[in-house]
Unconditional design. Structure first.
Length: 65
């Protein structure tokens, strides 16, 4: 379990604008900005959400749009 948490934390620390991610709530989106403890997640053309960095569960699979 610690290995999985450490790997996820490393992923979160390396995320940058344009990376496509999925949240623990099931939202798919693209990183549009970063802050100390949050990301700006673009989920649609004119929809951006501020989410906690801890809400990221991983990268989107390549086949999701």
């Amino acid at each position: 379990m610690k290995k999985k948490q450490k790997k996820l934390q490393e992923l979160i620390n390396t995320l940058k604008n344009g990376d496509r991610v999925i949240t623990n709530g099931g939202l798919y989106g693209t990183i549009a900005g970063t802050g100390d403890n949050h990301f700006i997640l673009k989920v649609d053309d004119h929809v951006k959400l501020t989410i906690s960095k801890n809400a990221i569960t991983g990268l989107q699979p390549p086949d999701k749009v």
